[in-house]
Ligand binder design. Structure first.
Ligand SMILES: Nc1nc2c(c(=O)[nH]1)N[C@H]1C(S)=C(S)[C@@H](COP(=O)(O)O)O[C@H]1N2
Ligand SMILES: [Mo]
Length: 232
């Protein structure tokens, strides 16, 4: 039953994606944030989303060779973090503030190897490690009434906002490592969002801030006509 539902949802999503998206590096503006079709899709996808179902992990032999994993950033040059980089955490949380990479590394660690799906049509496999967003939420005392989580970056203001169930999924992490190594600059150093439950453009690299919010705040591609929910 679960598998049948999943297949139905996948083929539905593939159709919806093909209608709205052609590439991550060429915007295709349409009706804007949440037009009628997208409101329908959103309800459909949220109703089917299972916040605890784990995506299948893949064996090491499935990994894409490191140099062959595509790299995207909207800045014209490779974004480089300032030496005094910290992550700002705010919004509806009991303990807002900043965390260093060392503090983030001190929180419980999650690691998995999964497939990445870009809306452009490519996919690739790597392992990622970091701290689950749900652990960060616990650490800062996020208010359960925060239904959305926003992720911001130092890459030309790239950002995305997520529904809280997807952000708090056990396989949604703030990754500081890839394939057992520190996260390379090309893939979002020092810290990026990674997840088994969203398309590539939702996984913000070069993070600066995580905000727990009562309302969604759109996103870089989302505001250019790409689907907001973008579940895998
Ligand atoms: N800051 C930032 N994050 C980003 C992007 C970007 O351009 N800037 N591109 C997104 C897209 S479209 C994809 S497919 C993935 C690509 O991750 P990768 O560069 O590690 O392959 O990052 C996402 N996160
Ligand atoms: Mo992408």
């Amino acid at each position: 039953m679960r598998d049948a539902r999943r297949l139905t949802r996948r083929s539905f999503l593939l159709g919806a994606t093909a209608l709205t998206a052609s590439a991550c590096d060429s915007g295709q503006p349409h009706a804007g944030f949440l037009g009628a079709t997208e409101r329908f899709n959103l309800r459909f996808q949220q109703a089917l989303f299972n916040p605890e179902r784990l995506a299948p992990e893949l064996p090491p032999e499935d990994a894409t060779p490191q140099g062959a994993f595509p790299k995207y950033f909207v800045s014209s040059a490779l974004p480089v973090a300032p030496a005094n980089w910290t992550l700002q955490v705010g919004g509806l949380v009991a303990r807002p503030g900043v965390l260093t990479l060392e503090e983030l590394r001190g929180l419980p660690r999650t690691e998995y190897r999964i497939r990445h799906h870009c809306v452009e049509g490519w996919s690739a496999v790597a392992s990622w490690h970091g701290v689950a967003v749900r652990e960060l939420a616990r650490h800062v005392g996020a208010d359960p009434r925060a239904g959305y989580v926003e992720f911001r970056s130092f890459d030309e203001g790239y950002w995305s906002s997520w529904d809280a169930p997807s952000a708090l999924h056990p396989q949604t992490i703030l990754a500081y490592g890839m394939n057992g190594q520190p996260l390379p600059a090309e893939h979002g150093a020092p810290l990026r969002l990674y997840s088994a439950v969203k398309l590539g453009y939702k996984m913000v690299k070069y993070l600066t801030a995580v905000n727990f919010l009562p309302e969604p705040s759109g996103g870089y591609w989302e505001d250019r006509g790409y689907e907001w929910f973008a579940g895998v």
